[in-house]
Design a protein around this ligand. Sequence first.
Ligand SMILES: C[S@@+](CC[C@H](N)C(=O)[O-])C[C@H]1O[C@@H](n2cnc3c(N)ncnc32)[C@H](O)[C@@H]1O
Length: 476
Amino acid sequence: MNDRKHGDRHRNDSRGGRSAADRTRVQPSRKVALDVLSAVRESDAYANLLLPGRIARAGLSPADAALATELTYGTLRMQGYYDRVIARAAGRPVDKIDPPLLDVLRLGAHQLLSTRVASHAAVNESVALARQVGSRSGTGFVNGVLREIGRSTPEEWRARVLADAKNEDERYAALTSHPSWIVRAFHRALESEGRGEELEALLEADNTAPRVNLVALPGLAEPPEGARADRFSPVGFTAGGGDPQGLVTEAEGRLRVQDEGSQLAALALTRARPVQPGERWLDLCAGPGGKAALLAAEALAGGATLVANEVVPARAELVRRALAAVPLDVPVWERDGVVLGADEPEAFDRILLDAPCTGLGALRRRPEARWRKTPRDVAELTALQARLLDSAVAALKPGGLLAYVTCSPHVAETRAVVADALDRHRSSLRPVRTADVVQSVAEERLDLAGDPALVQLWPHRHLTDAMFIALLEKPA
Ligand SMILES: C[S@@+](CC[C@H](N)C(=O)[O-])C[C@H]1O[C@@H](n2cnc3c(N)ncnc32)[C@H](O)[C@@H]1O
């Protein structure tokens, strides 16, 4: 095929259609997208970590890079929905389809059902991809299934898929491409605030790429010119253009990428009451260090000290790097947070417990994450969260303040963990009106609902991750 004459002959194919060479040639952006889909499936890779390197290696132009990103993220997010369509069009369940061909079909279904790519281009490119990954019969199969999908409109497919749903949560699960158990968990969390009717808006927000949000560490940096201040966080902003990562590097970490909800969670702890010089603070589960950097800047401004703890050594190293931006000596411990309270009883005035959690509140950031989580993860994590919270209570001084935070709205990880802890520590722990504190920190009034002792932020309502914050205090 490298032979020029050979190549020319193929280009001048007398059938007037695409030559054999053309038929095996695949647009590089689609090839990159397929490579990433395969790696996510085969080796549990994270698309957002893998994609930039693959784009650079393929030398994609900015336009092709944007297309590769859209194809990858869009296909991963909507995979559950596309699988329902593919199963109907193929006349067999997707687990009976060769996985590499299923990747090709998902990518093709995405182009046919959710983009403006012309049908013939979507089908032909997919067939060429199938030729690269599979057998001869595979190309015919991909061709047949995608042509079948292309014969109906996206609206007709939606109606067919919805016809299979048994109840309302399943309808939303099918349509917005979420596992049913996650839809049920979100519905329950919204209902616990009296806002069950927001379910569809929340699920749609999960399918929308988030803006890149930054923080200017207070006292150490100011947002750059052209930046747009956040609505709620007094230290948050979005860059007015240009590369946010470039800004971070230039500011040597004093500007950082951080979700606005994370900023509010850290500030709720540091600004709930005036800081007394000499206060000792602890970040119990600090890796990779985003909130620790903000806590350190706040501690420096108020005359407090901070200890950061992270049990995973590689993540503790990330904490050290994050803290390098702040001129405060912050020891980074690598201890098991579960036993730290027994070793350091009543030692800290303020403690942040940003607990390991399912991360269901940040699904919009990691398009494949929803397919990897299981209800079993919730059970394992809630047990750990309870033990970490007991340890934090033990490490808290009388009169001290504790923030229990998760990046998950699942009620088992949020209000249930807090309610059980209040029950276990009836004489040594009481709730704080967290909603009042967060409102006082925020630049603009937040639409918060439910129990004022608990704050649940939401992607659809606040454009933040679904961060949960509960402030608790130990009576003096
Ligand atoms: C949600 S993340 C914290 C995020 C962090 N606050 C930030 O803003 O960058 C939870 C962290 O807890 C750590 N972790 C898990 N189990 C722990 C334990 N037993 N003791 C201490 N840290 C733990 C995890 O390794 C993870 O880095």
